[in-house]
Design a protein around this ligand. Structure first.
Ligand code: MN
Ligand code: MN
Length: 474
């Protein structure tokens, strides 16, 4: 059959995002799949912000990045700064100093999950089970997290001042934790009459952690004591130590390919570690940029970017001050504000792609589609663009020009119909600093679930987009 002749006028006038698999040759397809394997390995190992920072530091040091205290301020120099083990900046100094602005990409490395309460462990005398009380983190549909294998990741600060890192549930031989759901036979009234989102309530999210006593026929809470003894034997932890801890419950499963053609990836934590990873890869491969390239890997986005490891923190101003100090003996507040105001930013966060079974929440002209490239999102927010960064025409224009010049597949997207719901990203906190910023990241299906889904072509497009952005100079 003859190939359909392209209408020239249509090509010129009509916006038409490309279905990537129709556009790429076999070699590129192979490259996309190879990149996906690296990504799957990373995201299967790195399931908390602390683990991300630790791994990113290892990878950065191998590539010649040094802590900022050791930096000399030379063009092309590679530097990192870690903030309280939970957020991180990677910097490649430009030939021009940072008063000319920087090319900055910000992603968040926290993800929705279930945290333990500070005093979590109890024994339920009537059921002969020991459980952990939890408090979920971020916007989850709680009912999705029951009856799936869960793992405990965290850091505990012991009384003697030592810290101990814990991972339980990732090794095949490890036990898992689980939130048991009610059997359907008895759920008709207690759950059946609730609304879906209330199917499991916060205080019903109690994790199974034990069922056997420490000693036979003894008084007291023997099942709880048994768990405490096991934790103490292995990690030196007491119950009080759980108060001085960051303990996170995450899905125990590994990333998997989806579909017979393996074009999609399902994995926990892709919002936003898909952007975290692609940004990290891009900055690690950035050599001698004209303008300073900065990757910010931030914490606490899922709960509003508060806390000193989140994007509202003065950590960013402090970072800029440190970078300016590398090349200038002294600087004024004007220098700091100038460097920030001339900085251009991609807010690297995920958007939603159109859901095949719930199309009614999307507006088809403006919904992103799987395998059509990185999604440029002009604004987020809700209720009349409230609480959003609304990117300027000029800046979106520059970004599109850059992507087109380098053959980066991109599409425009808006998160859902007007007044359907909404969400925010870090973009507005960068805009507050007088930086130019637009959201750009891959689209997901099943966002914020224990198994989020991304197209391999879109993950690769994000990586390509971030790579060219770090090198860009205009
Ligand atoms: Mn996100
Ligand atoms: Mn999110």
């Amino acid at each position: 059959m003859a190939k359909k002749k392209k209408n020239e006028l249509e090509e010129k006038l009509v916006y038409n995002p490309k279905f990537i698999w129709n556009e790429v040759d076999a070699k590129t397809k192979k490259e996309i799949f190879r990149f996906s394997e690296d990504y799957k390995k990373f995201i299967g190992e790195v399931k908390t912000e602390r683990e991300f920072v630790k791994k990113a530091r290892e990878m950065a040091e191998k590539k010649g990045f040094v802590p900022i205290e050791k930096a000399k301020g030379k063009a092309g120099e590679k530097i990192y700064v870690i903030n309280r083990n939970k957020s991180m900046a990677l910097v490649v100094l430009g030939k021009k100093d940072i008063l000319h602005g920087a090319n900055l990409i910000v992603a968040h490395i926290d993800a929705p999950r279930i945290d333990l309460k500070p005093h979590p462990l109890y024994e339920d005398k009537e059921t002969f089970l020991a459980l952990l009380k939890t408090h979920y983190y971020g916007g989850i549909k709680k009912y999705q997290w029951v009856n799936i294998p869960l793992a405990l990741h965290g850091t505990v600060y012991l009384k003697d001042g030592k810290t101990v890192d814990i991972v339980i549930g990732e090794d095949e031989k490890d036990p898992i934790l689980i939130l048991p759901d009610l059997l359907p036979h008895l759920a008709r009234k207690v759950q059946g009459e609730r609304k879906l989102f209330q199917g499991i309530e916060g205080e019903e999210m109690n994790l199974l952690i034990g069922s056997m006593p420490l000693k036979k026929d003894e008084e007291g809470e023997q099942i709880k004591l048994n768990i405490l003894k096991m934790l103490n034997d292995k990690y030196g932890i007491t119950e009080e130590d759980l108060i001085r801890a960051d303990l996170e419950i995450v899905p125990a499963h590994k990333p998997r390919d989806v579909g017979l053609d393996k074009g999609l990836i399902a994995a926990y934590g892709q919002d936003d570690r898909v952007c975290g990873y692609t940004t990290l890869r891009a900055i690690l491969e950035t050599e001698k940029p004209e303008k300073t390239a900065i990757a910010l890997l931030m914490d606490k986005e899922e709960i509003g970017s508060d806390t000193n490891t989140g994007s509202k923190s003065m950590f960013i101003e402090y970072l800029y001050s440190q970078i300016i100090s590398l090349t200038k003996e002294s600087f004024t507040p004007k220098d700091l504000y100038q460097a920030m105001s001339k900085t251009e930013v991609l807010s690297a966060d995920v958007d939603a792609v159109m859901d095949p079974s719930f199309k009614q929440v999307h507006e088809p002209l403006n919904a992103a589609r799987a395998s059509h490239g990185i999604v440029i999102t002009k604004y987020t927010g809700s209720g009349g663009k409230y609480s959003s960064n609304d990117a300027h025409a000029e800046f979106i224009g520059k970004v599109i020009e850059l992507f087109d010049k380098h053959g980066v597949f991109w599409q425009s997207g808006e998160l859902g119909k007007v007044d359907e719901g909404g969400g925010g990203t870090i973009a507005k906190f960068m805009a507050e600093r007088n930086m130019d910023v637009v959201d750009a990241g891959p689209g997901l299906l099943s966002m914020h679930s224990p198994m989020e889904i991304a197209s391999k072509a879109d993950v690769w497009s994000a990586y390509r987009a971030y790579s060219v952005f770090f090198q860009y100079n205009k």
